[in-house]
Ligand binder design. Structure first.
Ligand code: EPZ
Length: 419
């Protein structure tokens, strides 16, 4: 298994380019199943989650070619409606093929996603939405089977603005008969990207980014060429790396508006964030100030940035209270940060962090991709070296995190321990 050795007391300087968004490309790859024509997708990052979704599509009968950030998907040969259980276990987002397969073939079978490293991940909102569109749901032997003789539009009100449920229902609605209205929809930028991709196929979707999304069912779709938006969470991770190391970095290929909740919070801590048309500059002289924050659906502060900013707060001047309102168990990185000398107490969905002047290097392990990224950031600022195990989590959502940080002056080695 590979691990990182991160040398501490680093100050990052220079320029880093952000890649395409993982959480945009995964639903868009799934959406390519809706058409029997080709889809070509540009700016696709080389992530293991993208390779897993490629395997999901190929297992269903699609032909997928992925070279130098371009994905070509040919779904003319798709002849199965069951997602391989091993792939669903590897990546919950495999279930994003449910909406497209239900829309195109009126049936789909997936294994229950089960829990994961950040909490229980039920799919009740997805399934309730499918039912309102005329589908029958059978949950047995650890599998979920969904089939619909007649898939029709529906008025759906989501109890919670779930990103995945919004995406699955948008995709199921594209080929359904009549209009589907999704209320209390998730408003993340990745939802807007999916809408633009679907409309590129010839779908009729509008309202993404707002509370209500309307889909007019169509009877056929064509092929499309599409470029993915930049990854706002990858960008936020590098912004926080600049802050925690007291550095000065320019982050290019970003959409500053998508970073607003992150930029605003970093500015509160005393970090200087300067916005340009497609880049941001982050400068931080001295220690960040402790500020409280609460994770919320977009445009609130993103839960996918909670571990990274917690690492910054672990060395901030003062006490921080973090409320994690999205997931019920997204504090597994706390124990690892404590091993590095952080002073953190967890009370349910709240974490109280008393900033310490400096963390110390330690043996730690990544428990999920954002927690792993947070440990890299903590290691950059800590004394001595930090050894991070299970970095396969990090490779799921970050293309060359080590290489890109080393390009900014970090000293991170990726080593293979043969056990
Ligand atoms: C997406 O996950 C992202 N993944 C996650 O990013 C992100 O953390 C999350 O949205 C929230 O922004 C992808 O886009 C591939 P949700 P998703 O449905 O769709 C509960 C990362 O680090 N819920 O909005 O699974 C659920 O349990 C990953 O890149 C239900 O109760 O998130 C959770 O507590 C991690 N019932 C909350 O809603 C449902 O039917 C948010 O889940 C669905 C969700």
């Amino acid at each position: 298994m590979e691990k990182f050795i991160v040398m501490g007391r680093t100050r990052l300087e220079g320029t880093v380019r952000i890649g395409g968004s993982k959480n945009a490309v995964l639903p868009i790859m799934a959406a390519s199943l809706l058409t029997s024509k080709n889809s070509t997708i540009f700016d696709v990052p080389h992530l293991t989650d993208v390779l897993t979704m490629k395997k999901v599509l190929e297992h269903l009968g699609a032909r997928v070619n992925f070279t130098s950030e371009v994905l070509e998907v040919d779904t003319s040969g798709v002849n199965r409606h069951e997602v391989a259980e091993s792939l669903t276990r590897q990546m919950r987002a495999s279930n994003l093929v449910m909406g497209p397969l239900l829309g195109r073939f009126h049936r789909v079978r997936v294994s229950h996603p089960g829990g994961c490293d950040i909490g229980s991940r039920p799919m009740d909102l997805h399934l309730k939405g499918f039912q309102s569109m005329g589908a029958a749901i059978h949950e047995r032997y650890g599998f979920i089977e969904v089939e619909a003789n007649d898939l029709h539009g529906a008025e759906i009100h989501l109890d919670f603005p779930s990103v995945g449920a919004t995406e699955n229902l948008m995709m199921a609605a594209v080929l359904a008969k009549g209009q589907t209205v999704i209320r209390n929809a998730a408003k993340e930028p990745e939802i807007v990207d999916l809408q633009n991709f679907l409309n590129g196929l010839g779908a009729k979707v509008k309202g993404a980014g707002l509370d209500v999304i309307r889909v007019e069912g169509v009877t056929s779709l064509n092929s499309v060429e599409y470029t993915i938006i930049p990854d706002r969470i990858e960008a936020g991770t590098y912004m926080t790396a600049g802050a925690i190391t007291g550095g000065d970095i320019l982050i290019t290929n970003v959409i500053p508006e998508h970073l607003e909740p992150i930029s605003a919070k970093l500015r509160e801590t005393g970090v200087t964030v300067t916005e340009y048309p497609d880049s941001v500059r982050v400068q931080c002289a001295g220690r960040a100030r402790a500020v409280d924050f609460k994770t919320m659906p977009y445009p609130g502060f993103p839960t996918d940035m909670q571990p990274q900013v917690m690492a910054l707060m672990a060395t901030a001047d003062g006490t921080t209270v973090i409320a994690e309102t999205i997931f019920d168990n997204r504090f597994k990185h706390v124990d690892e940060l404590r091993r590095m000398g952080a002073n953190i107490k967890v009370e349910g969905r709240a974490a109280i962090i008393k900033g310490v002047p400096r963390l110390s290097g330690a043996f730690v392990e990544a428990t999920d991709l954002r927690a792993g990224a947070a440990l890299v950031l903590a290691g950059l600022a800590a004394e001595d070296a930090t050894i991070i195990e299970n970095i396969y989590h990090i490779d799921r959502g970050y293309a060359q995190l080590d290489g890109k940080l080393n390009g900014l002056g970090a000293r991170i080695m990726r080593v293979n321990n043969h056990r």
